[in-house]
Design a protein around this ligand. Structure first.
Ligand SMILES: *Cc1c(COP(=O)(O)O)cnc(C)c1O
Length: 472
């Protein structure tokens, strides 16, 4: 200890308040975060100050400042891990950023289902046990033209359940051009294996013909399946068999025909000025016996996998014990019902569904917003970075129209020094904001696609904080 007694800071070190004295000033913090967390935080801060003083740092020791520092740390440490971000990546339905955002009607329905008891599985007219899917089945049927429907946790679960129910221990022919991988872990061949059926690959990567399917059918064949090419496109010398043709072959052979449609579009997209995307109703009309699709892609609802089609097949699926393991929770069901009800008035959908509203947003509107944002952003980040606005293309995302894009306007931010590390530091600072702003990096620029920025104050209000983050 002798070296400390010689230090000019020795007296100040002795003046560091004790934990107990600090705890007495921290009643509010203890009430909020608990004794253990607060005393641990205070000890950590005291030890940090002690280190600083011992190494000769000149700092003022003030109990109020120590408590305030610990309060700020606790606030930060206890903040949610899962939080809102601004998705300006240019991919409207971004799987890593949560896919579709729910409309307020669905948020409210989910909150009510979560916070109150409900008739989830209770028939109010008979007073007897009811079916949790009664709340959505007729809506799905009405919107797709299907006879019956059920829903599970997501479309991966829907595909698994269909195959496990109808094809366990048997063969399913699928075109080699359709053995898709959706984001890492969902691969059609692997899901088929786990469902207990055997994949029979037919045709070639670029071309599959009806005779390929016909040649693969034998007594062990359980069903014919088509998988929508959601996130890729095969171009050039290609040929795929139309749904209607596979449907009639399936019928001829007495087999069910199943389509994994992926994106779950219920709307006439070209009528909204968007690229064509097949609808669930088209798939049913083409002769599919079952169609499965996601709830949180183009549909704009919560994560779910919906299966629509023939009543006898849906009944079999509902009786599979796996159905219980994959079933929807009440909040999701409530949100899904609310979204499906909005579809009953399609004219108002582009107003209510956030994803669809952004996809159909007028390009002039996006460009004028970009023009408004340039100066305030430049004020914070110049002269180290240059901001300009440029035309670009938004992607729909989440397994819909992988090659089609929609014209948009982006903010382009480039470092004056052309340095990658400066650009990475800027992107990191945007991610550190209270509402992290996520863009994309390309060609030496950080790019913000403004199609998905509906409230520009969310961006502008954070600029002073961005300045602080960049200056330290
Ligand atoms: C997205 C997609 C899936 C998986 O759906 P999730 O709802 O993400 O589980 C399966 N098949 C196709 C063709 C898809 O596009």
């Amino acid at each position: 200890m002798s070296h400390i007694s010689q230090s000019p800071d020795y007296n100040r070190l002795r003046k560091l308040p004790g934990v107990d004295a600090l705890l007495q000033r921290s009643e509010d913090l203890v009430a909020r975060w608990g004794h253990a967390q607060v005393s641990q935080g205070l000890r950590r801060e005291l030890s940090r100050l002690r280190d600083q003083l011992q190494s000769g740092g000149s700092i003022e020791v003030d109990a109020a400042v120590i408590v305030a520092t610990v309060a700020a740390e606790l606030e930060l440490a206890n903040g949610p891990s899962l939080k809102s971000v601004l998705n300006l990546t240019g991919t409207v339905l971004h799987t890593n950023l949560g896919r579709a955002s729910l409309p307020p009607q669905a948020v409210q329905a989910a909150a009510e289902a979560a916070s109150q008891t409900s008739n989830l599985e209770f028939d109010l007219s008979t007073g007897k046990r009811g079916d949790r899917e009664s709340h959505i089945e007729s809506l799905v049927c009405e919107l797709t033209g299907a006879e019956a429907a059920t829903a599970v946790n997501n479309n991966a679960a829907a595909v698994l359940l269909i195959l496990n129910t109808l094809a366990m221990g048997r063969e399913v022919p699928v075109s080699r051009g359709e053995l898709v991988e959706i984001g890492g872990s969902f691969r059609i061949p692997e899901v088929m294996q786990r469902s207990g059926c055997t994949l029979v690959e037919v045709g070639a990567t670029n071309r599959t013909h009806l005779k390929d399917y016909r040649g693969a059918i034998n007594v062990n064949t359980a069903l014919l399946m088509k998988v929508h090419a959601s996130n890729y496109s095969i171009e050039g010398f290609t040929s795929a068999v139309a749904e209607t043709e596979i449907a009639s072959l399936a019928r001829e052979c007495g087999l069910p025909f199943v389509i994994d449609l992926g994106s779950g579009n219920l709307l006439d997209f070209p009528a909204l000025g968007l690229p064509h995307e097949p609808t669930v109703a088209d798939a049913i009309a083409s002769g599919a016996d079952l169609v499965s699709f996601s709830g949180d892609k183009l549909l704009g609802g919560p994560q779910a996998g919906i299966i629509a089609g023939r009543r006898d097949l849906i009944e079999q699926i509902k009786q599979n014990p796996l159905k219980r393991a994959l079933r929807l929770d009440k909040m999701t069901l409530a949100a899904l019902e609310a979204v499906l009800r909005l579809y009953q008035n399609p004219a108002t959908l582009t107003q209510h569904l956030p994803g669809l509203r952004q996809l159909t947003r007028c390009t002039d509107d996006i460009a004028t917003m970009a023009a408004r944002l340039i100066a305030p952003l430049a004020e914070i980040i110049s002269p180290h970075y240059e901001v300009s606005m440029r035309g670009g293309f938004s992607q729909i995302g989440s397994g819909a129209m992988p090659v089609e894009t929609i014209a948009t306007t982006c903010l382009y931010i480039q470092p004056g020094s052309q340095s990658d590390s400066a650009l990475r530091r800027l992107a990191a600072a945007f991610r550190e904001l209270p509402l992290p702003v996520i863009g994309r990096m390309s060609n030496g620029a950080l790019i913000f696609d403004l199609r998905t920025l509906e409230d520009e104050s969310q961006f502008l209000e954070q600029l002073p904080r961005l300045g602080v983050l960049l200056s330290c």
